[in-house]
Design a protein around this ligand. Structure first.
Ligand code: LMR
Length: 435
């Protein structure tokens, strides 16, 4: 019987007091709430009438603070055994998402829950991390997820404590970060967000799966990823990614437009370096219809100047149009980034990801997170692509973005355990959104 048939009545009391909410949709459907010590009563009711009730409804009206597990607001139990037995689903995976009440997540979570990311036979548990300020909104997100009746979505939990939310996470999608506010120095942004990612690295190290894959989206994502991995010494550094897939997608789009082809004809697109305005969209190694871009687009000046800048500045132009950072295309690129790791890379092609530089074959400085070309067998892991070529233009641009990342690294030395921070950021160090 469909979940909807069982869905009878939801009473959500004390909702603004909650620090943790867990909804399970497997054999039992349950919400457990752990209250913050802040008295408040609110009630949200589902509109299905009680005569349609198909499952026992238990509404516990005791003081929720007295019970450690499922208590307080409501516990509904559904017998979904038959449904489970008829499906040959994989083992459930836990996906933690920070900044879960934000715009990017609002696009991403529904894609994750629909099965389009991990596949139609992969049940998932979503563990949503927010802040105390966003907790009401997180409850709203969880309710919308419930109301969407995604068969593969077996659990939803929300919370504000990364040590709770990251428990057993197989994937951690770290989206939440402070945007740079008016008058804030870039070094200040690095410090504020760096502290968030240092804390989240520690939490992942303490409670996540030992092979958790981490994708850092919150800016400045390369250096945040570096801070995160340095604070998670028990998790392989290789498992940390900074999202540069959005830049790759943007570069493919611009090349396709210029060449007058559909964008699926563009392949082998590398973004080198930082997700910032020094990033290097590599038109030397990219191909259109399997032919090197420079043989298809013979306008070198356009490639070196207009194309490169268009990709570097795209985020900023979008902010001007929207009045906020890109959200939908960022979510799509997170989906692309995950799928590139869980499905084999097409023969001869590759994808870009900001990954740890230890042992890289390109001569890029070790011990930073740098976007490079990767290939995957589809097992969640990747290897760096060796067969790429360089010319003077590409080398000099790579040096520039490398210098920027090294300066960012010096600026966060206090967060990576490498001593006293020295902030000598180059003047042109900017996020794509800063122009
Ligand atoms: C983007 O590339 O769209 C964002 O990273 C822009 C920003 O600075 O938030």
């Amino acid at each position: 019987m469909a979940v909807a048939d069982f869905y009878t009545k939801i009473n959500l009391q004390y909702s603004s007091q909650l620090s943790y909410v867990s909804t399970r949709l497997s054999y039992s459907r349950r919400v457990s709430l752990r209250p913050l010590p802040r008295p408040h009563n609110s009630r949200i009711c589902c509109s299905v009438t009680s005569k349609e009730a198909q499952a026992p409804v238990f509404v516990n009206t005791e003081d929720p603070r007295k019970k450690p597990d499922c208590y307080g607001v409501f516990c509904l139990t559904y017998d979904l055994t038959a449904e489970e037995e008829t499906k040959s689903w994989k083992k459930l995976i836990n996906i933690a998402v920070s900044g879960a009440a934000g715009m990017i997540s609002n696009h991403l979570l529904f894609k994750l829950a629909s099965g389009e990311v991990f596949g139609p036979d992969q049940p998932i548990s979503l563990k949503l991390l927010g802040s105390e300020r966003s907790l009401q909104a997180l409850e709203g997100v969880a309710m919308e997820l419930e109301d969407s009746l995604f068969p593969l979505l077996r659990e939803v939990s929300i919370g504000i404590d990364s040590y709770e939310v990251f428990q057993d996470a197989d994937w951690a999608l770290l989206i939440g970060a402070k945007p740079r506010g008016p008058g804030m120095e870039r070094a200040g942004l690095l410090d504020i967000n760096g502290q968030i990612f240092a804390e989240q690295g520690k939490a992942l190290n303490a409670v996540a799966s030992r092979n958790v894959k981490v994708i850092v989206v919150g800016n400045p994502c390369n250096t945040n990823a570096l801070i995160c991995l340095k604070n998670a010494p028990d998790i392989p550094a290789k498992n940390f990614h900074a999202l540069t897939r959005l830049d790759e997608n943007r570069a493919k789009c611009q090349l396709a437009l210029k060449a007058g082809v559909f964008y699926d004809k563009v392949s082998n697109m590398t973004i080198w370096g930082n997700h910032s305005t020094t990033q290097v969209p590599d038109f030397l190694n990219a191909k259109i219809n399997g032919i090197p871009v420079k043989e298809v687009i013979k306008d070198t000046k356009w490639l070196e100047e207009e194309f490169t800048e268009m990709v570097q500045m795209r985020g900023g132009i979008l902010i001007k149009k929207w009045g906020r950072s890109s959200a939908a295309s960022t979510a799509v690129s997170i989906v692309d980034a995950i799928r590139s790791l869980v499905t084999p890379t097409p023969e001869g092609d590759w994808f870009s990801s900001g990954v740890y530089t230890a042992g890289n074959p390109y001569g890029i400085e070790e011990d930073i997170v740098f976007s490079m070309p990767c290939r995957s067998k589809g097992d969640g892991d990747y290897e760096l692509v060796e067969d790429v070529i360089f010319d003077d233009f590409l080398r000099s641009r790579i040096k520039k973005t490398e210098a920027e990342l090294l300066a960012e690294k010096r600026c966060v030395a206090h967060l990576t355990g490498e001593g006293i921070a020295v902030c000598d950021l180059p003047g042109d160090t900017m996020l794509p959104g800063e122009m």
